[in-house]
Design a protein around this ligand. Structure first.
Ligand code: F0G
Length: 480
């Protein structure tokens, strides 16, 4: 019989000098005409008064240079919370120093220069921030460490989420670390095997639903009305708090040099919300003097936010700060894309994401399945790789350069959200030219071209055959 050693959750003592003072954090309704505040530990997901989404707010007063120095000093520390790329920036988070942090040393994700992708996009240079290098292989970990810490503070017993796979895998891992019961609701047959396998291994109760992500999200919100159940989808503002630290880590890695553009994929729109909040707060703190333009890319078959943005951008005066004038998002009933991570028709956080995009001067667009698939193969050629949804960024940047929205000389960062091993079926099918999109078109029209394909070749077990295989590979790859 397997004996498990209990892992205690460290309540970490403070060794941090107090260089920042802050007001008590609260939760606040994002609708400016409501703006009601609630206590930080009130277990709510939306405003009980008007149903609006919630922000965590706190005022921080600090010397920006001292804060930058402190964060840099922590890079050489062996203290567990300093080793986390989220908790290293804990001055930005709404927790006391003795918070029961649940961490897997998340964050600390690399930035790579990507010369092949840059040429592909028509840029002089391009940087990839690879959030797929998190412990469970996606950006979700940076938010989950904070949401699960808050779950412990609230005394929750069961943590739940609806997911297209990555939130599920991340929640399953962090719930296991915190010894919390965990249930994840996923659309049956619509999430990658790798993500499903992770959730099973981490011990979550995996509940498969006949329906899509939006159905799962609706049901899980009903379930979370029960007091003992804590919902950790990105509607939960503590998820956003964790994910916003990626803005700090990115800028820290760049010596606080602000890029001109940051481009992210858009699904439920938590990530774009979080990055927007992160950049805005760093500017308010005086750590940077401007914010990057934040742009969001969706898949054509699942692009309700891109559709909304088009109508916002085309209506004179609407793109202003008075968001009561904004048109509402029209949900897509049957979203479709092979990038299953972002197969979402009714994104929950759209008002927050729209606020972030408009405040930054960014844009929202959608790209085709072919554009995404080719961009993914190009990112692979960097020796970097990513899952399909992440490649929407490079596909979107290529479009924005072609349309003159991004200048070839501008400083651009694409955020890759998931690891290449998250969806190996997709990659193999692309390279063998067996990838077909799941829209209603004819099979012939649905088949994607393996523009940058690199299929495996069967060879005889002889030296001559292998050398010939190598020669053939080199000649086919050279012609690309
Ligand atoms: N990229 C990946 C790899 C994702 O898994 C997701 C979302 C997104 C991008 C979109 O981010 O929702 O913050 O706009 N995945 C969620 C999930 C929905 O359940 O794993 P978003």
């Amino acid at each position: 019989m397997l004996s498990l050693t209990p892992i205690s959750i460290a309540i970490m003592p403070t060794t941090t000098p107090h260089i920042a003072t802050r007001t008590t954090a609260t939760q606040r309704c994002i609708d400016p005409s409501c703006a009601t505040r609630f206590e930080i530990n009130e277990r709510i997901y939306v405003c009980p008064r008007c149903g609006g989404l919630l922000d965590v707010v706190q005022e921080l007063t600090t010397d920006p240079e001292q804060l930058q120095t402190l964060w840099t000093r922590r890079l050489a520390s062996f203290e567990a919370r300093d080793r986390s790329g989220v908790w290293r920036y804990r001055e930005l988070l709404p927790f006391a120093d003795d918070a029961p942090i649940v961490s897997l040393a998340e964050g600390n994700t690399p930035i790579y220069d990507a010369p092949i992708s840059a040429v592909y996009c028509g840029l002089n240079a391009l940087t990839l921030k690879h959030q797929g290098c998190n412990p469970t292989g996606s950006f979700k970990d940076t938010g989950m460490t904070v949401a699960i810490t808050q779950a412990l503070i609230l005394g929750a017993q069961t943590v739940v989420c609806a997911s297209t796979g990555n939130t599920a895998a991340s929640l399953a891992a962090y719930a296991a670390r915190a010894k919390l019961q965990c249930a994840i609701l996923v659309p049956r047959g619509q999430i990658s095997h790798a993500k499903l396998a992770q959730s099973l291994d981490y011990g979550a109760a995996v509940l498969e639903l006949d329906g899509n992500f939006d159905d799962a999200m609706r049901v899980i919100r009903e379930l979370a009305e029960d007091e003992s159940i804590y919902l950790v989808n990105s509607i939960n503002p503590f998820r956003i708090e964790g994910q916003k630290t990626v803005a700090a880590e990115l800028l820290h890695q760049r010596g606080w040099e602000v890029p001109d553009h940051v481009v992210v994929p858009g699904g439920n729109l938590g990530n774009s919300t979080a990055l927007g909040k992160g950049f805005a707060e760093l500017k308010d703190l005086g750590l940077i003097d401007r914010i990057p333009r934040l742009s969001v890319v969706q898949a054509e078959g699942a692009a309700p936010f891109a559709n909304l943005f088009k109508s916002v951008a085309q209506t004179p005066g609407v793109a202003g700060p008075d968001w009561n004038d904004w048109p509402a998002l029209t949900a897509i009933e049957h979203p479709h894309t092979l990038a299953t991570a972002i197969k979402i028709g009714a994104p929950v956080s759209w008002p927050k994401a729209l606020r972030s995009v408009l405040a930054s001067g960014g844009t929202v667009l959608s790209v085709s399945e072919q554009e995404m698939a080719d961009a993914k193969a190009i990112i692979g050629r960097e020796g970097v790789g990513c899952e399909p949804a992440s490649a929407s960024t490079v596909a979107g940047i290529k479009r924005l350069v072609a349309d003159g929205v991004i200048d070839p000389g501008e400083d651009v960062v694409a955020v890759l959200t998931g690891h290449v091993l998250k969806d190996t079926d997709y990659a193999i099918k692309y390279h063998e030219e067996k990838l077909t999109s799941d829209d209603d078109d004819t099979l012939e029209r649905r088949r994607l071209t393996g523009t940058y394909r690199n299929p495996p070749a069967l060879v005889e077990a002889t030296k001559a055959a292998i050398l010939e295989g190598l020669r053939r590979h080199t000649s086919t790859q050279d012609t690309m």
